[in-house]
Design a protein around this ligand. Structure first.
Ligand SMILES: [Zn+2]
Ligand SMILES: [Zn+2]
Length: 113
């Protein structure tokens, strides 16, 4: 019955700063032209959080170390198994899967090459 409230910041990845938009821990990601979005975060932030908290079941790297391929070259994104591991091991991460992976921001409007 009241005015529409923005959804709470439920994403575990807001615990870390966003490497993409430099949002500080606890702040929502900033999106140019559309203003802060409390219901989404950048994929880069999700990745940073996953890397910071979880051991990767796929490539066995420790928390804080980016995933690597079989030639030990760093991968731009963590393995999907690592995201699942982060969710499994972090009680704060038990958000609906659609929020966890399906509603990340489209970065195309921030990449002006
Ligand atoms: Zn961001
Ligand atoms: Zn990995």
């Amino acid at each position: 019955m009241s005015t529409r409230q923005p959804p709470p910041l439920r994403f575990p990845q807001v615990a870390v700063s966003c490497p993409w938009c430099h949002a500080t821990p606890g702040e929502p990601c900033a999106v140019r032209r559309r203003g802060p979005r409390r219901d989404m975060t950048h994929q880069a932030r999700r990745n940073a959080w996953v890397i910071s908290v979880a051991v990767c079941p796929a490539c066995q790297v420790t928390p804080g170390t980016p995933c690597a391929d079989t030639n030990r070259r760093p991968l731009p994104e963590p393995h999907p198994e690592r995201d699942a591991e982060a969710v499994r091991t972090q009680p704060s991460a038990r958000t609906p899967r659609v929020h966890a992976l399906g509603e990340q921001l489209d970065l195309t409007d921030e990449q002006e090459t």
